[in-house]
Design a protein around this ligand. Structure first.
Ligand code: PGA
Length: 242
């Protein structure tokens, strides 16, 4: 794994955005694997700025998101579809028909999981997958446990994950208990992975994920098996590596 520790969050956001923009310059029809949460917001802001300055176009690109809450309609303000529209899609020129966020409100969630995998097959493979990391080592919503599922599937969210995300809902009881997520197998099929993390509260789990054993108890540790992973950290998250 290629680990880079940047001086500031701004540097980190700019570096990740530049890697994504460079890919689109060399491959305008690239498929991007996108993430939600606090971590990628600054990266998306940079990409929107680069688009406004004419430095990158998404007109031919495709995107597929990691996950979505079960039971929230796409219009729900806390759905990941709303998040993507608000933080990225409405600021750039990607055709909305080229973007896919799992539909957590689908009547047949099993069919929705199959459809998500099929969309990746149709326009993929994913050229670049952007990832954050949960405090418990999850990637996407692949929660730690005795086993992991390879393909896109429905997952029960851990209480740690629900309480971490309660800040967006105002009330823990409003946080959905399940999500649809790409599986770890889906994620590892991406040609390149960029994992981004900032802040001291991610340092311990990063230490486990990057230097500990490869184990389903820390899903991010499976990234050690991928041949093309770039880890971008700020000083607080990655200072222990020096
Ligand atoms: P965060 O979430 O970016 O809000 O810290 C990361 C994750 O849970 O994957």
């Amino acid at each position: 794994m290629n680990v880079r520790i940047l001086n500031s969050r701004e540097d980190l956001n700019a570096t990740a955005a530049t890697v994504i923009a460079s890919l689109l310059l060399s491959k305008p029809q690239a498929m991007l694997g996108l993430a939600t949460g606090s971590t990628p917001i600054g990266i998306y802001r940079h990409l929107a700025d680069m688009y406004r300055r004419g430095q990158v176009s998404f007109a031919r690109a495709y995107s597929v998101n990691l996950d979505e809450y079960v039971g929230l309609s796409p219009e729900h303000p806390q759905s990941y579809r709303s998040f993507m529209n608000e933080h990225l899609f409405q600021h750039i020129d990607i055709p909305i028909s080229h973007t896919r966020v799992p539909d957590g409100n689908a009547l047949d969630l099993t069919a929705e999981c199959v459809a998500h995998e099929q969309a990746i097959l149709d326009h993929g493979p994913v050229d670049l997958q952007l990832l954050g990391i949960g405090h418990n080592g999850h990637i996407g919503f692949n929660e730690p446990g005795h086993s992991l599922t390879g393909a896109t599937h429905v997952v029960d969210l851990k209480e740690r994950t629900r309480s971490a995300n309660a800040r967006f809902f105002g009330d823990i009881d409003a946080v959905p208990r399940q999500a649809v997520t790409m599986g770890v197998g889906t994620i590892l099929k991406a040609k390149q992975i960029i994992l981004v993390a900032f802040g001291a509260e991610k340092a311990d789990i990063l230490k486990q994920a990057l230097t500990g054993p490869v184990t389903t108890e820390c899903p991010a540790s499976l990234l050690q098996c991928h041949p093309n992973v770039l880890i971008l950290l700020d000083q607080e998250a990655g200072g222990w590596l020096k």
